[in-house]
Design a protein around this ligand. Structure first.
Ligand SMILES: C[S@@+](CC[C@H](N)C(=O)[O-])C[C@H]1O[C@@H](n2cnc3c(N)ncnc32)[C@H](O)[C@@H]1O
Length: 285
C-alpha cells in the first residue's frame, strides 16, 4: 500500500511565457542574465517560494510577484533565491597577499597614519570576503601601530546579508583560515552538537553591511575607497552591464586605488580608467 507523501508540493511546470516574464524582469532590474538554458534552474530555485506561498503554478506566482503587494513583500525573497551566493574565506588568496605585501605598505608610505584605509567588499554574499579582509587588515594593524581601517560590505541578497551580519559559520567553512588567525579571530560555540564559530566582536565592528543593487543609480551617496573587491559577481551580468557597473565602481575609487575582480572576470576592451597590475588586479589611473 502506498501513502501520499505530504512533503511533496506539486506545482505545474514553468511555461516559456512565465520564464520570459521572470527572466526579463530579473535582467532589467538586477542585471542577472538568465538565458533559456537556465529555465530548469530558475524553476528549481523558485519552487521553494511557491511552496512557502502555497501557490501551485508559476503563472499565479508571476501575477503575485508583479502585483503591488508582491513587489513589496516577495521581490526580496525572489532575489534571495535567484542569486548565487557561493563564497569562501580566503577565496583567491593571492589578492590578500598582494594587499598585505604591496598595497598596505604603499598606503602608509604615502599617508602615514593620518587616514583610515577604506575597503569595499562589493557583492559580499554571506560575509566570508569582508571578514577575511578584516583579518588581513587587523594583522597589518598589529604590526603597524596607528594603522586604522574600515570595511563597507554590500549585497543585493537580504538573506545573505543577515547571515553575514550574524557572523556565525559552520566549522568546515573556516577550514581555509590559517590556524593562527582562527585562534585570534574566531570564537567556538560551546554547543558540542552544533559545531559553529563566530567572528570576534572586534572584527565584526570593523565591517558595515548594507543592501545595494549594482544596477541602481550612480552610487552617489557612497564614499570613495582605497580598494574595492568585486569578485565573482560580474560573471552573472552581460558585457554592457559589466562595463557600466565597473565604471561606477571606478568612480568610487580614490586615485591610485585598486580594484580586484574574480578569476574568470575580464575588463578587456572596456573603456575604463584602469591599469592592469596582475591578472584580475587593477589600479585606477
Ligand atoms: C558568488 S557571490 C560572490 C561573493 C564574493 N564576492 C566572493 O567572491 O566570494 C555573488 C554575489 O553577488 C550578489 N549579486 C548578484 N547580483 C547583484 C546585484 N545586481 N547587485 C548587488 N549584488 C549582486 C549575489 O547576491 C551574491 O551574493
Amino acid at each position: 500500500m502506498s501513502y501520499p507523501d505530504s512533503n511533496i508540493f506539486h506545482t505545474s511546470n514553468m511555461t516559456a511565457a512565465d520564464f520570459n516574464k521572470l527572466s526579463t524582469f530579473i535582467f532589467n532590474n538586477y542585471g542577472i542574465k538568465l538565458p533559456p538554458s537556465k529555465k530548469t534552474m530558475l524553476e528549481g530555485r523558485l519552487h521553494k517560494r511557491l511552496k512557502a506561498l502555497n501557490i501551485s503554478s508559476f503563472k499565479e506566482y508571476c501575477e503575485y510577484v508583479f502585483s503591488a503587494e508582491g513587489k513589496r513583500l516577495e521581490l526580496i525573497n525572489m532575489v534571495d533565491v535567484v542569486t548565487t551566493n557561493k563564497t569562501d574565506f580566503f577565496r583567491e588568496a593571492v589578492h590578500f597577499d598582494f594587499l598585505s605585501n604591496n598595497i598596505l605598505p604603499g598606503f602608509i608610505k604615502v599617508h602615514s597614519f593620518t587616514k583610515p584605509f577604506k575597503v569595499w567588499s562589493a557583492g559580499c554574499s554571506t560575509g566570508e570576503e569582508p571578514y577575511t579582509l578584516a583579518m588581513v587588515l587587523s594583522q597589518f594593524a598589529e604590526k603597524n601601530t596607528g594603522f586604522n581601517f574600515n570595511i563597507f560590505a554590500t549585497d543585493i541578497s537580504t538573506q545573505a546579508l543577515n547571515r553575514a551580519a550574524s557572523a556565525v559559520y559552520a566549522e568546515e567553512k573556516v577550514a581555509p583560515v590559517p590556524m593562527l588567525l582562527k585562534r585570534q579571530y574566531l570564537l567556538k560555540s560551546k554547543d558540542a552538537l552544533n559545531k559553529t564559530v563566530r567572528i570576534i566582536p572586534q572584527l565584526r565592528e570593523k565591517v558595515t553591511f548594507d543592501r545595494l543593487n549594482f544596477i541602481d543609480g550612480d552610487f552617489s551617496p557612497i564614499p570613495n575607497f582605497n580598494v574595492i573587491f568585486c569578485r565573482n559577481v560580474l560573471i552573472y551580468f552581460d558585457r554592457a552591464t559589466q562595463e557600466k557597473v565597473i565604471q561606477k565602481l571606478c568612480s568610487k575609487l580614490e586615485p591610485g586605488g585598486f580594484l580586484f575582480l574574480g578569476h574568470s572576470e575580464s575588463v578587456a576592451n572596456m573603456n575604463l580608467p584602469l591599469m592592469q597590475i596582475q591578472p584580475t588586479t587593477f589600479k585606477k589611473i
